[in-house]
Design a protein around this ligand. Structure first.
Ligand code: AGP
Length: 592
């Protein structure tokens, strides 16, 4: 949610162009509006526009200066518009903000009563006004005095007429400082913006401040004491962020599913012993996450209970915190998040730690807030995921959960389980390269609603299938347990709907096949995604069949989810929707 970037170069360098290119790489964080503010140390100029970053291009020539900050927005407070776009200005001060200022209404009222005028509906504009009022020639003090008044979350960058530095502050929203190889220094919400510009970075801590100039970076703690910056490698490289010949990132990232699983398996050995330690004396596991990560958790529950015999619950992170969860030191909370930034998931982890539980993070983001909090982090080595819809990170999460369960299970079954996962990359490759899903995609693209169903692990995949299809194609969809069809959803089935029944487990085939029959009896269109040859034969000519490679039932979620995610992609493309940037959504949701 909202990408921000700043750059300070030597006098007469072109900072606006650099920030523009960085913002383009952050668009997955939001694409409602964009803007850039520039100064050469004298006046500050701003350009901001509703729509994608590209809209700024014609105005770049007029933005001269060696210091710039920019923003690409996912709207929370105030509609997407030019006025609500960042940067926000107050006199000679310009700010960009990622996060939410919860007490903005009272601050705005107070400032209005003091004669201040506001030009936007955003929560962020108060920061610009407060900073201007607090600024008396000292950037750091003005920023510290400003953030003291804020409630909520923020990653902030400020530039000011007459100053040759960017001032930055961070609380609960991500901010990194990049040390350029090119005589410039940078600041950004996340790594892709700085790919190929920096090899090292500092991840700014909560409550900390930074003053960034072309040849120096100063970091301060909450008490404004200078601190030595911890420098870590910046791993994003442009080559990994390119489309690599694919029409969309979603397609490219689906093709990277095998590598995501393979790399997650390789990375796992580094945490195995810490993980075993964390699971000591654990009598219960709670898995939490949002959206697709939650769906991976549904599969993880099955692995933990079946392989390791540990009672496991799964809760969406947004609910978890409000259910007064029964947690103690024998509870282990598995928090799953691609970004490691999702506010609901991070807060669920924080609450669990406060109640004495251990928290194991499963994340694609090594320097995220979730990683920082967690007792142990199990890496998902999916590489950067640009498409808003999660694909390869989800498969990587399932691989990580499989490995976690296999690690803590009985030695006698462990070898077998661990050996099995090595087949997954090849199986997923076969599905993604060979699957014939076009007929089903056409059926879905023309339908009024698509219902996915299955039993046990297929049910978990049905939930993910439905979310992915809704997210990228905007077709109403639901994913539910096949047994539930006759308890309500059947009322929705008619010629204009498509029901997709997932049947990957031979033992459950007969029961799940009943659901297909019920759909056909009500004249609904039916499809079966199956690894079971007999099921395919049974429905040949009556339902659309998508045959998957035969595999162990606990590996089936990997291939079935690749199939349904690919189906969502194809359907979106047929409906001429851009699957990489679904309307109203952003990749990281850092507000609750
Ligand atoms: C997935 O396609 C969605 N964009 C969304 O549900 C996502 O999985 C969710 O917001 C959680 O994100 P996280 O994994 O970064 O925490």
């Amino acid at each position: 949610m909202c990408g921000i970037m700043g750059c300070v170069g030597p006098a007469s360098s072109d900072a606006a162009n650099t920030v523009y290119k960085g913002l383009k790489k952050l668009e997955y964080r939001g694409y409602d509006s964009a803007g850039i503010a520039v100064t050469d140390g004298n006046a500050v100029n701003v350009v901001k526009k509703k729509g994608a970053v590209e809209k700024l291009l014609p105005s770049l020539a007029g933005l001269n200066g060696n210091i710039a900050i920019g923003h690409t927005r996912w709207a929370t407070h105030g509609k997407p518009s030019d006025a609500n776009a960042h940067p926000h200005r107050s006199g000679g001060v310009c700010i960009v903000h990622n996060g939410i200022i919860e007490n903005y209404a009272e601050l705005r009222e107070e400032l209005s009563s003091l004669g201040e005028t506001f030009y936007s509906e955003t929560d962020s504009e108060v920061v610009a006004v407060l900073f201007r009022r607090n600024y008396r020639g000292d950037l750091l003090r003005a920023l510290a005095e400003t953030v003291k008044l804020l409630k909520g979350s923020y990653a902030l960058m400020v530039i000011c007429a007459g100053e040759q530095k960017i001032a930055a502050a961070k609380y609960k929203s991500p901010l990194i400082i990049g040390y350029g190889d090119d005589g410039k220094n940078y600041c950004a919400s996340d790594e892709p913006a700085l790919a190929d510009k920096c090899k090292i970075m500092t991840v700014l801590g909560d409550g900390c401040f930074a003053l960034i100039s072309a040849d120096n970076v100063e970091i301060y703690d909450g008490g404004l004491r200078p601190v030595t910056a911890k420098k870590v490698p910046l791993t994003a490289v442009s080559a990994e962020l390119s489309l690599n010949g694919c029409s969309h990132y979603m397609l490219k990232e689906l093709r990277e599913v095998p590598v995501s699983v393979k790399n997650t398996v390789s990375a796992f050995s580094g945490v195995e012993s810490k993980l075993k330690e964390a699971f000591k004396n654990v009598s219960r596991v709670i898995i939490t996450g949002c959206g697709t990560a939650y769906h991976a958790g549904l599969i993880g529950k099955r692995y933990l209970e079946r392989f390791a015999g540990i009672p496991t619950e799964v809760q969406t992170a947004g609910e978890f915190r409000y259910t007064e969860p029964l947690i103690n030191e024998n509870t282990l909370v598995l928090a799953i998040s691609q970004s490691g930034e999702t506010a609901d998931t991070v807060e669920a982890a924080r609450l669990s730690l406060a109640k004495g539980a251990k928290v194991v993070a499963v994340t694609n983001s090594a320097y995220s807030e979730l990683t920082r909090l967690a007792t142990v982090t199990v890496p998902v080595a999916a590489g950067p995921e640009i498409c808003v819809a999660a694909t390869k990170s989800y498969t990587g999460q399932i691989a990580a959960l499989y490995l976690i369960a296999a690690t803590i299970c009985d030695e006698s079954v462990k070898t077998n389980i661990l050996g099995n996962i090595n087949c997954v990359p090849e199986l997923c490759k076969q599905v993604i390269e060979n699957i014939n899903i076009n007929t089903l995609a056409h059926m879905c693209a023309k339908s009024r609603g698509v219902y996915f169903m299955g039993r046990d692990l297929d049910y978990a995949v049905a939930r993910e299938a439905s979310l992915k299809l809704k997210e990228v194609s905007y077709i109403p969809s639901e994913g539910y347990a096949a047994g539930e069809l006759k308890h309500g959803t059947l009322a929705l089935i008619d010629r204009k709907t498509v029901s997709v029944v997932l049947i990957t487990d031979k033992e459950l085939a007969e029961k799940s096949a009943n659901a297909v029959e019920q759909v056909l009896a009500r004249k609904g269109k039916a499809a079966v995604i199956t690894c079971v040859k007999e099921v395919a034969e049974n429905f040949e000519g009556r339902a659309e069949i998508v045959l998957l490679p035969k595999c162990d039932k606990f590996l089936a979620p990997f291939i079935a989810s690749s199939a349904v995610q690919y189906l969502a992609y194809r359907t979106a493309v047929l409906r001429r929707k851009n699957p990489d940037k679904p309307r109203n959504l952003a990749k990281s949701v850092t507000v609750e």
